[in-house]
Design a protein around this ligand. Structure first.
Ligand code: AMP
Length: 198
């Protein structure tokens, strides 16, 4: 994999375990010569990753809408590759275009928005690029439990739930991303059409 897009908090989270996870991921990217695409900010876990990769001379591409750059002044000014876009949607499309895969570290609404879009696109085969949850401190367990609930209630297909990639170990997560196989859309589209007729 040449480039991975990382979604993660604009905050640091509580304690130092989240920062450590971001550093471990940066070390893995450095070791495997993987470039990073991200939101382009100089705050939170995003900054931890970007600074470490930049210090090692690795490729870091930041993508940010104009209004965020001007309004919040949180753009990382050490980036050689910085792409300015009009909207948040355009940013996500650009991220998806340039990345070979995605990793979601712990984060808030911004991270949840980004990871949900990728999972939806993969489900519809608009994009066939895997997303892995880095489950540091079991951060995503409650979201995964909610997704299990959505499966039980018939709103998420079991095969889509099974296809989620989760690990708290950066090496294992990267290996799982490399082994990812997209699911066929035909069967579940046929199933939901049938279900809606009954
Ligand atoms: P959050 O998880 O709410 O902290 O938002 C972080 C995620 O949303 C990142 O992956 C970014 O791509 C995007 N994002 C949210 N806030 C910012 C910001 N101030 N600057 C750049 N990107 C941001």
């Amino acid at each position: 994999m040449k480039r991975i897009c990382v979604f993660c908090g604009s905050s640091m989270g509580k304690g130092d375990r989240y920062k450590k996870a971001a550093e471990e991921l940066a070390d893995l990217f450095i070791k495997q010569n993987i470039g990073m695409i991200y939101g382009g900010a100089n705050v939170g876990l995003m900054k931890v990753l970007a600074d470490k990769l930049l210090a090692a001379g690795k490729e870091v591409i930041g993508i940010m809408p104009y209004h965020l750059i001007n309004k919040y002044e949180v753009a990382h000014n050490g980036l050689e590759h910085f792409i300015e876009v009009e909207t948040m949607s355009e940013r996500k499309n650009k991220m998806a275009e340039l990345a070979d895969a995605f990793i979601a570290l712990p984060g808030g609404f911004g991270t949840l928005d980004e990871l949900s879009e990728v999972l939806t696109y993969n489900q519809l085969r608009i994009c066939d690029k895997p997303l892995g949850f880095l489950n540091t401190k079991n951060y995503y367990d409650k979201l995964l439990a909610f997704i299990d609930h959505a499966v039980e209630e018939g709103f998420v297909r079991p095969e889509h739930r099974k296809n989620l990639i989760v690990s708290s170990d950066v090496n294992e997560l990267l290996q799982k991303l490399k082994n990812y196989k997209p699911l066929e859309t035909e069967k579940w589209i046929k199933d939901i059409k049938k279900e809606s007729k009954d």
